[in-house]
Design a binder for this molecule. Structure first.
Ligand SMILES: Cc1cc2nc3c(=O)[nH]c(=O)nc-3n(C[C@H](O)[C@H](O)[C@H](O)COP(=O)(O)OP(=O)(O)OC[C@H]3O[C@@H](n4cnc5c(N)ncnc54)[C@H](O)[C@@H]3O)c2cc1C
Length: 519
């Protein structure tokens, strides 16, 4: 029988689990990483954001993990780790569709939104091709002395006075592993939640949704008419996370540099049932028949793995930590892939769990920190659900959908800039959910958007969203003249330096240090 004791056991070797295990080793703790599958393997959740990449960089610096640094930007990734596939992400591209109609940009243009995240390819974000990305991280964890147990199926977790004992099978033989602290990084609805009997709740603000997705080869480019309004977009629209939004759902299209494209759909239950998502590829084809312009991208595409249907996407655990254990945010809840909130939430969680592991090393009992971790993790998930729920409610009113999306970009870019300036106290929570003023406004506006129906009400709400954004907008998102294309410009940060409590020279230094401007 495989039987061993560690100070820390991390369950699940996605990027969240591997990073946590690496940090635990860097803190000098004996660490095991337990995985039920085997790398390399497919995983969903692929598109990073400026905040996610910044958090990854912070982790790499704080815990001296040089092998992680190249992954924080497209340029360094291509120079130093070209063997790992990824995709170039310069921003977020949204197109709005009506069923049965070809997409036609109007002169305004009212059916699109492009938000630039980086000014140049070298410093751009990426789509992580998870079979390569996650495998690489597991190898780096092993190189640091993490003991890696793959093909391990856990069936029992027993709380003990000094820690936890996990039992199950490994390579078909019995195994037992005990730890002073267990980090659960297994993704949604995992084993520990079941073993500990944690209550599962839903988000009151989210509709029930389902997902259907695959990886494809042979996906074509966006038809020319998508950018036919005669202006030059802030970045090539497909070098982005491309969102095709329609009433009741949306499609993502993410292109990797190995010829593979990730694409899938999330839709509310009624639409998912109507299209019969359960039927897999047939459901996807039925959806494309209703979206003629999206269908033009996929005529000769072929799925290279079987379609995956998730019959229920949102979920939320009743607690995220307890004596001797913590769930990473991705194990504590999931809202939706819309706006790519998952990576940033997970990496914030990894950083905070690192703090818990430090506390554990000094003093094995630390209930206040565990409770704070649990409350903040769930509050951040609830906050993401408030916004995404409002976005689902407005998928048939794209003008309001667009405005609400900008609320996310405003909070995310403010947080990124504040952290880059070392002003962590200004942005210590996701979507500024503990901000003394913005948090309340955000909650109220999302609730109003979920209910607003009359045109006058919607116009008024749009004004209120702009007003709430103004004090934290450091990225030109409230500048009407740019609508609906928002480039990432250094001058916006310089102009808005006072909002960050910073001087122009401080902003210049920060921009130079992170390569956002060149000398
Ligand atoms: C359809 C969809 C699309 C998404 N798109 C995005 C996106 O574009 N951008 C974004 O930021 N986020 C996205 N997300 C969220 C993203 O997937 C997660 O935030 C991210 O994967 C979390 O990483 P992780 O390492 O914590 O967990 P995961 O990536 O879920 O990895 C969990 C690991 O644990 C293993 N495991 C599970 N159970 C056990 C067990 N009992 N014992 C041992 N091992 C176990 C699994 O095999 C896996 O290797 C998406 C999510 C979904 C569902």
């Amino acid at each position: 029988m495989n039987q061993k004791h560690f100070q820390v056991v991390v369950v699940g070797s996605g990027f969240g689990g591997s990073l946590t295990a690496m940090i635990a080793r860097r803190l000098g703790l004996s660490t095991a990483l337990v995985e039920r599958g085997r790398h390399p393997r497919f995983a969903i959740g692929e598109s990073s954001t400026p905040l996610a990449n910044l958090l990854l960089e912070e982790i790499a610096t704080e815990y001296d993990l040089p092998s992680i640094h190249p992954l924080c930007k497209w340029g360094t990734w291509q120079q130093q780790l070209p063997q790992l596939a990824c995709g170039l992400k310069r921003g977020f591209t949204f197109y709005h569709h009506e069923f049965g109609r070809t997409f036609r940009p109007d002169p305004e243009p009212r059916q699109e939104l492009l938000v630039g995240a980086s000014p140049r390819d070298e410093v751009a974000d990426t789509h992580w091709y998870r079979p390569d990305f996650d495998h690489y991280l597991v190898q780096q964890a092993q190189a640091l002395g993490v003991e890696y147990w793959d093909e391990t199926v856990l069936d029992r977790a027993v709380a003990e006075p000094e820690g936890m004992r996990l039992t199950g099978t490994r390579h078909r033989g019995p195994m037992e592993i005990s730890a002073e602290f267990v980090v659960y990084a297994s993704g949604p609805r995992g084993f520990l939640s079941r073993a500990l009997g944690l209550p599962e709740k839903t988000f009151d603000t989210m509709p029930p949704t389902q997902a259907l997705y695959s990886h494809f080869r042979g996906v074509g480019p966006l038809p020319d008419y998508f950018s036919a309004n005669g202006r030059t977009p802030p970045y090539p629209p497909e070098h982005a996370a491309v969102h095709h939004v329609f009433p009741g759902g949306w499609i993502w299209v993410l292109k990797f540099n190995n010829g593979i494209t990730s694409a899938g759909v999330v839709a509310v239950d009624s639409l998912a049932r109507d299209l019969d998502f359960k039927s897999g590829e047939a459901g996807w084809r039925r959806l494309l028949e209703r979206l003629p312009s999206v269908s033009e991208i996929f005529p000769s595409s072929r799925a290279i793995i079987p379609f995956i249907h998730l019959p229920r996407l949102p979920f939320r655990s009743g607690a995220a930590a307890g004596p001797h254990w913590a769930l990473l945010p991705s194990a504590a809840g999931f809202v939706d892939p819309l706006l790519s909130t998952g990576f940033a939430l997970t990496l914030l969680g990894v950083k905070r769990v690192a703090g818990l592991l430090r506390s554990h090393r000094q003093k094995p009992s630390f209930p206040i920190q565990l409770q704070d971790y649990s409350e903040l993790t769930l509050l951040e998930l609830d906050t993401a659900a408030e916004l995404v729920g409002a976005l689902y409610a407005t998928m048939d009113r794209f003008d309001l959908f667009r405005e609400l999306s900008l609320l996310y970009f405003a909070a995310a870019s403010f947080s990124e800039a504040a952290r880059r300036l070392g002003k962590f106290q200004l942005a210590n929570s996701f979507l500024l959910c503990r901000h003394p003023v913005f948090a309340g406004q955000f909650q109220r506006l999302c609730a109003s958007a979920r209910k607003a129906e009359a045109t006058g009400e919607i116009d008024d709400l749009r004004q209120q969203i702009r007003a709430a954004m103004e004090p934290i907008d450091v990225a030109g998102l409230t500048d009407r003249s740019r609508h609906p294309w928002y480039p990432a410009l250094a001058q916006d940060l310089l102009r808005n330096a006072p909002k960050l409590g910073a001087s122009e020279p401080e902003i210049m230094t920060m921009l130079r240090n992170c390569g956002l401007i060149l000398d």
